[in-house]
Ligand binder design. Sequence first.
Ligand code: NDP
Ligand code: X2W
Length: 345
Amino acid sequence: MKAGIIGANGYSGVELIRFLINHPNVEIEMLISHSTSGKNVKELYPHLSKVCEKPLENVDVDEVAEKVDLLFFATPSGVSQNLVPEFLDKGLTCIDLSGDFRLNDPEKYTKWYQKPAADQSYLQQAVYGLSEFYKEQIKNAKLIANPGCYPTAALLGILPAAKMGLVDLETLIIDGKSGASGAGRGVSLGSHFCEVNENVKAYKVGVHQHTPEIEQTIQSITGEQTNLSFTPHLIPMTRGIMCTVYASLKKPLSTEEAVEHYKQFYESDHFVRVREPGYWPATKEVYGSNYCDIGIVSDERTNRLMIISVIDNVVKGASGQAIQNMNLMNGWEEWTGLTLTPAYP
Ligand SMILES: NC(=O)C1=CN([C@@H]2O[C@H](COP(=O)(O)OP(=O)(O)OC[C@H]3O[C@@H](n4cnc5c(N)ncnc54)[C@H](OP(=O)(O)O)[C@@H]3O)[C@@H](O)[C@H]2O)C=CC1
Ligand SMILES: CC(=O)N[C@@H](CCC(=O)OP(=O)(O)O)C(=O)O
């Protein structure tokens, strides 16, 4: 299959390249960028020398549609909503890594992203690509709204307990921590070295755009509405997200029982690994890989379940999950091209 990447010179784009060059069923046909077109990708990313030495090209809808079967959009929100309809109409499959097609309600998108939303008919067509929870829908999709990085970590952590009815969904609190690559390659005051190094800061408190995405997905899986509190933090590391979720238990439950429930729940999911009682995951244990590692504690003193989940934001939080979804859509094993072990230390 021939794939193209729009936004190929950004962090998620270049991470798609790293995995796709090892994918047995996919050939990277086109790399597209508007600001750096005409250059070779190895000029921007010398680590790709002798690995992927392709030119970056301008987007030409007819040419792309002729050459490519599947397109990844690794572009900021507000971009893909204008391009995806043209490509879908020309028969291409689209996987969008941005937030443009994730929220069903266009008014919510406008409120949280402060931009006009995509056309409603395309929002309805899009399938939310949280691979472990929407496998059947993903298999038949033509447009995937790949989840955000924080929602991937938070949802894989809380959804089993939510679905099994173990916790009161009105009590959810999510504490998120992200490395700086989550903000993309572009430079900004908030993400430059002196602002991030030896610093930990909360940001977008109470207004982060991933809040409605997490709430919408919990409602879609459980049928129950929830209003949760989510605080993201930027921490001085390059990759990785940790989400700690707190929720009140409906009935007393031991840590051993909770861990056993989670192990059974994710038994057939290749990329989710549940720690034994008393062990909690660290971001380094998933670095560069598509795994999500989860640790669970039932705090019998406060009657709260605490779930700690870690992912690599650029892999399971973006490009890796996008490839996992591509695999599901094509009937390939979902780990195809994604079998790299985390890089440790
Ligand atoms: N980084 C992460 O951990 C995660 C990112 N995402 C999402 O993935 C998407 C890409 O993120 P990331 O790779 O980090 O971002 P980067 O800032 O690193 O890259 C963004 C890319 O988008 C392109 N781009 C910017 N503006 C436009 C435009 N108007 N038209 C076409 N292309 C444009 C840029 O190319 P050019 O230079 O040519 O403009 C660049 O290649 C975003 O939507 C992000 O929210 C999702 C989950 C995690
Ligand atoms: C560290 C950092 O700044 N992270 C970004 C993640 C952005 C992202 O992934 O945005 P969408 O998924 O909504 O497109 C943020 O918190 O806004």
